[in-house]
Write a protein that binds this ligand. Structure first.
Ligand code: IPM
Ligand code: MG
Length: 356
């Protein structure tokens, strides 16, 4: 029997709560799907820091490299450790494992509401494809005379031809598989005359290979307006790292709740592990209280299955989520309900078992 080898990295705060529910969903589909699960749980994050003064062991990338799939809950608890330290492993995994394609779907499902007026399910069905390995997130910069009135901070963004080309191709391939076959490049070439003009130029070359895709470009500032004013226009949005970070939070919010937004950090060539995580953070203020919505985490587990070659099992999870949302009975407070994290997860697992 095929076994999926998954490193389970719940992390901190509600990451721990929602990972438990994602595991229930995985277990509920494994048997029927005819595959096994080998879950290796890692207690890295604040728990590890309390014992060792580090958020992960020094060789954590080597440990993870043995697992083709990594499932992450969320990282950080700024009351204990500054976020830029807690979150470092996430950024390092993305870069060192060349997880250059970050996929963040945003769909408005029946039974949920968007904060936008006069928008209904069907009006929002898009996916943000975020370049995930370079841009502003590269560790290139420094401080000069920081503690003095003449302090200077440099944070240099890096955009390579290889990096731009491969994420554009990934975006076009994604658009090719979708019904509307539309792609929008999120740019800012009116102001960033080196980096984003370079993106625009490479976009023109790559798009010539995909004549069946309808393309346009939009500056990132205008994009934030357009997503609020006419979200129905958008299908696949390709963004640089920083722009994708911002646009994907907006996309998650207009699709009802960041508590529903899943993500995949893919190394499409499968030379390194790929990483799956909800878009939301660790929300330490509500951790352990049963308040967190586990659906983003559960949907991220579905994305893991899809990438691992189990699209039918992935679709079953996604269907159970859609049905639960439509039924509007069992839901967490962010969606106006009173159910706990575990009640929502148990209801999904029950639906998955009943739907066999
Ligand atoms: C995200 C998060 C991360 C990012 C943080 C936690 C470093 O906001 O995955 O969108 O900026 O990429
Ligand atoms: Mg973000």
């Amino acid at each position: 029997m095929k076994t999926l080898d998954i490193a389970l990295y719940p992390g901190d705060g509600i990451g721990i709560d929602v990972t438990a529910e994602a595991v229930k969903a995985l277990q509920a589909v494994a048997q029927e799907g005819g595959f096994g699960l080998k879950l290796t749980e890692l207690d890295w994050g604040q728990r590890y820091w309390k014992r060792t003064g580090k958020v992960a062991p020094d060789d954590y990338l080597t440990v993870l490299a043995d697992h083709p799939l990594v499932y992450l809950g969320a990282l950080g608890d700024p009351a204990n450790v500054p976020d830029h330290i807690s979150i470092r492993p996430l950024i390092e995994m993305r870069q060192r494992f060349d997880q250059y394609a970050c996929v963040r779907p945003a769909t408005l499902f029946p039974g949920t509401t968007t904060p936008l007026a006069n928008r209904h399910p069907g009006d929002i069905d898009l996916v943000v494809i975020r370049e995930n390995s370079e841009g502003e997130y590269v560790d290139a910069g420094g401080l000069f005379k920081a503690g003095t009135p003449d302090g200077v901070a440099l944070q240099t963004a890096i955009h390579t031809r290889k990096g731009i080309e491969r994420i554009l191709r990934f975006g076009f391939e994604t658009a090719r598989k979708r019904a509307r076959k539309r792609l929008t490049l999120v740019t800012k070439s009116n102001a960033l005359k080196y980096s984003m003009v370079y993106w625009d130029q490479i976009f023109e070359t790559v798009k010539a290979e995909y004549p069946e895709i309808t393309c346009d470009k939009c500056h990132v500032d205008a994009m934030t307006m357009a997503l609020v004013l006419k979200p129905q226009h958008y299908d696949v949005l390709v963004c640089s790292n920083m722009f994708g970070d911002i646009i994907s939070d907006l996309a998650g919010a207009i699709a009802g709740s960041i508590g529903l937004a899943p993500s995949a950090n893919l190394n499409p060539e499968r030379c390194f592990p790929s990483l799956f995580e909800p878009v939301h953070g660790s929300a330490p203020d509500i951790a352990g209280k049963g308040l967190a919505n586990p659906l983003a985490a559960i949907r991220s587990a579905a994305m893991l299955l899809d990438f691992a070659g189990e699209p039918a099992a992935a679709a079953r999870i996604e269907r159970a989520v859609v049905e639960q949302l439509a039924a509007a009975a069992v839901r967490t407070p962010d969606l106006g309900g009173r159910a706990t994290t575990a009640e929502v997860g148990d209801d999904i697992a029950r639906r998955l078992r009943a739907a066999r």
